[in-house]
Design a protein around this ligand. Structure first.
Ligand SMILES: Nc1ncnc2c1ncn2[C@@H]1O[C@H](COP(=O)(O)OP(=O)(O)OP(=O)(O)O)[C@@H](O)[C@H]1O
Ligand SMILES: [Mg+2]
Length: 290
């Protein structure tokens, strides 16, 4: 595995540090994590010896983009962090979140899927308020918060709140899905190809929205995508996985820009970085016999 460009680990103090400067547990830590689905002759190892650490940096949740060939185990890794079966639990190795082994789903982690997971029978406002209802928040309070979130994700509280999912475009439904997750203020946001089905213009707008919400919430984000441009634009770090059984081959640090996604597509430095990452990905996707 390449260790390119990862910052060196902090030296460990020889004497116990005062409480105020005690090391914070890592946000997520994978140690030699493997997953084999099934048993006997049909057993299939999807990921093997996956290792990475996301540190808990003061006032900065890291944005981690994940790239890799189809079937290499990206969703497997994300769902293990979420504590969702059958990906969770790992067959071997350990997955720690905030210093503790994952033992199932938890409200510190929120997931946004590609297919706009909303309830068809609930209006926009009730879909967004749903998680608060599960937490026992009173009706007036959860509706008020949901209305604020409708606005935050760029929908119109006046005209969109009472619509149902089938009355919304793909971009609008994805805004609802993001609001449903972020209203619960998870410390870790897990996104599995959330913008894969959107047209380029809507996709850039959603990338800009996500960046502004992420800056506001300071959450750690794991973001799976097949778009190299998207991974480079959004990520503080891009993880590149091998073919199955997937493992992490490269961890590339990225520079963030304050400029909108659409504008960045023409930036020479951005284009150079995209080509560099594309060369690595193309190399990985070459047929083994070529
Ligand atoms: N529940 C399961 N039972 C058996 N095999 C599974 C299961 N879930 C995933 N797999 C297999 O594990 C491998 C990795 O799957 P995973 O969904 O993690 O890949 P991925 O990288 O997210 O792919 P894609 O980019 O196509 O979404 C695939 O070969 C898949 O068929
Ligand atoms: Mg997947």
């Amino acid at each position: 595995m390449s260790t390119d460009a990862l910052p060196a680990a902090e030296p460990v103090a020889a004497t116990p540090a005062p409480a105020a400067t005690a090391p914070r547990p890592h946000v997520v830590e994978f140690t030699k994590v493997s997953k084999t689905y099934g048993e006997g002759p049909s057993a299939y190892t999807a990921i093997k010896d996956v290792n990475f650490v996301v540190e808990d940096r003061v006032d900065h949740g890291e944005f981690v983009s994940i790239l890799g060939p189809s079937g290499c185990g990206k969703s497997t890794i994300l769902r293990m962090i979420a504590g969702l079966s059958p990906q969770f639990p790992a067959t071997s190795g350990t997955v720690h979140v905030f210093g503790k082994p994952v033992d199932g789903a938890g409200s510190d982690r929120g997931m946004v899927f590609q297919d706009y997971t909303s309830f068809d029978h609930l209006s926009v406002v009730d879909n967004i308020a749903f998680g608060l209802e599960c937490r026992g928040v009173a009706l007036a309070e959860r509706r008020a918060q949901a209305m604020q979130w409708i606005e935050k994700v760029g929908l119109n509280p006046g005209t969109d709140a009472l619509k149902y999912p089938h009355q919304l475009s793909g971009g609008m439904r994805q805004r609802v899905a993001i609001a449903r997750t972020l209203i619960l203020k998870p410390r870790i946001i897990l996104m599995d190809e959330p913008f894969g089905a959107l047209d380029p213009g809507t996709r850039y707008a959603m990338q800009d929205l996500l960046i502004s919400l992420w800056r506001e919430q300071q959450a750690t984000v794991f973001f799976i995508t097949h778009s190299i441009e998207e991974a480079v634009y959004l990520g503080d770090r891009v993880l590149i996985m091998s073919r199955a059984p997937g493992t992490i081959l490269h961890q590339l640090p990225m520079a963030h820009s304050d400029r909108p996604a659409r504008e960045m597509q023409r930036d020479p430095e951005f284009i150079r970085t995209v080509f560099k990452v594309r060369d690595i990905v193309d190399e990985l996707e070459k047929p083994a016999t070529a």
